[in-house]
Design a binder for this molecule. Structure first.
Ligand code: SAM
Length: 418
């Protein structure tokens, strides 16, 4: 069972088990760089230390699919939920048993189709996206935007859905690389000298081809996985978790209550790949994400009962409301814990007796008030009847994208048992 997992992971060194550690050079995890991914070793550790044998494992916040992919390599049936449709496709592309020869044939077909691609109408994209942009700035030259659209349309006409998903996932991995911007936890900013250093459609062709080649090699090298089945639910885990089958373990990292909006971070992919087509779809997606940011208007759920630490933190944040950079932050933090309490309650129903929750969570800081997320979740969980197994603060988030690269905030592995 372990052999496939070791073959997959041994090709690179990992310094820690935290998020943003080691996922980069790992096969499959380069398809789209995902800084917030945790290491597969964390999932393997959860499986080996679990209070009960693990046949099925849930991840309600799929991201780049680390938990699900690791489970396939470990011979465990994965169940994953992801709200972001691009990330859901990326996860599914990684979990699917592909036929590399068929993918190669379709890639040749795609490349041939570029020769007679018409000129596309790109006016559905936000005005900042394509030259002449807004205020003299644009994310793509017209030529590069046209070539991305030519690939997108070509991909959409491939006969097999699995192939369409595979190529779209990989195209998503390059669209920011060939743009005039870089995207981080802090948002989007223009590259230095972006105007002088415009990418060409030929560069896009070259990078995309390299990524496809690499992915085909990885698929071939790691075709054997003891489990090939998977369950992937697309949508909001606050609703979808009710639909998943029962399981032995849950390993996940939710968004942190730090105002980092995943929809913003994946905005370029979501628009360029056709997942978003108007402002309503953008707003709907933002509202379906966990309450961890204040960028979108929404009803905030009230603070849950059961944590004295949360009571104190919430009171202080509400008192400091006028000092905070956004007046909704105190209500967002309250609602974050209401959401997380619901996730823990749903997991409690889905886990078999002795089943564990392994959650990597991160603290936040607002105007000098620390939000100790693991401590609060521990108190809420104890109040709900979970047993607390351990909290390991395993590194500061100095270099965490989820924390907008801020210093001195703890990231904690919280382990609970039903
Ligand atoms: C920290 S990332 C998970 C990283 C993952 N552990 C990995 O290794 O790739 C959190 C993920 O939760 C997703 N998410 C946010 N709100 C969600 C919701 N309500 N339902 C499902 N997924 C959600 C985000 O889109 C993001 O991909």
């Amino acid at each position: 069972m372990q052999a496939a997992f070791e073959r997959w992971t041994q090709s690179r060194e990992i310094p820690t088990l935290g998020t943003n550690a080691g996922a980069q050079p790992l096969p499959f995890q380069q398809w789209r760089n995902f800084k917030e991914a945790f290491a597969p070793e964390l999932v393997a550790r959860a499986v080996s230390e679990s209070g009960r044998p693990v046949k099925r494992c849930i991840d309600p916040f799929g991201g780049s699919g680390t938990t699900a992919l690791t489970c396939q390599f470990l011979g465990i049936e994965p169940v994953t939920i992801e709200v972001n449709p691009y990330l859901a496709d990326l996860i599914e592309a990684k979990l699917t048993a592909h036929d590399p020869a068929g993918l190669l044939r379709d890639f040749q077909r795609l490349r041939m189709g570029l020769h007679d691609a018409p000129r596309f109408d790109l006016r559905h994209l936000p005005p900042t996206f394509v030259e002449p942009g807004v205020n003299g700035r644009w994310i793509y030259s017209d030529a590069v935007a046209q070539r991305i659209e030519a690939y997108r349309i070509g991909i959409s006409s491939l006969p097999l859905e699995a192939h369409r998903r595979f190529f779209l996932a990989l195209l998503g991995g390059v669209v920011v690389d060939v743009s005039n911007v870089i995207v981080s936890g802090k948002g989007r900013r223009y590259r230095q000298n972006w105007l002088a250093r415009q990418t060409s459609p030929e560069t896009l062709d070259k990078i995309f081809m390299q990524r496809v080649e690499m992915a085909l090699i990885e698929l071939t090298a790691h075709a054997f996985r003891p489990v090939r089945s998977f369950t992937l639910l697309r949508g909001d885990s606050r609703e979808k978790l009710k639909e998943v089958p029962r399981a032995d373990l849950a390993v996940f990292s939710p968004p942190y209550p730090n105002s980092f909006d995943y929809t913003d971070v994946y905005n370029v992919e979501l628009w360029m790949l056709g997942y978003l087509s108007d402002m309503t779809s953008n707003r709907n997606l933002r509202q379906s994400t966990l309450t961890s940011h204040v960028q979108v208007h929404r009803e905030y759920a009230p603070k849950p009962q059961g944590s004295q630490t949360l009571d104190l933190v919430s009171e202080r944040l509400h008192e400091q409301r006028s000092l905070l950079w956004n007046k909704n932050i105190p209500s967002m933090v309250d609602a974050y814990f209401a959401d997380m309490r619901q996730i823990l309650a749903d997991l409690q129903k889905k886990l078999y007796a002795g089943g564990e929750v392994w959650a990597v969570v991160g603290d936040s800081l607002y105007s000098g008030t620390l939000v100790p997320v693991a401590d609060i979740l521990k108190e809420l969980a104890l109040d709900m009847g979970y047993q607390w197994v351990r909290s390991d603060a395993f590194r500061s988030m100095r270099s965490s994208a989820q924390q907008g690269w801020r210093a001195e905030l703890n990231e904690t592995l919280l382990v609970l048992r039903k």
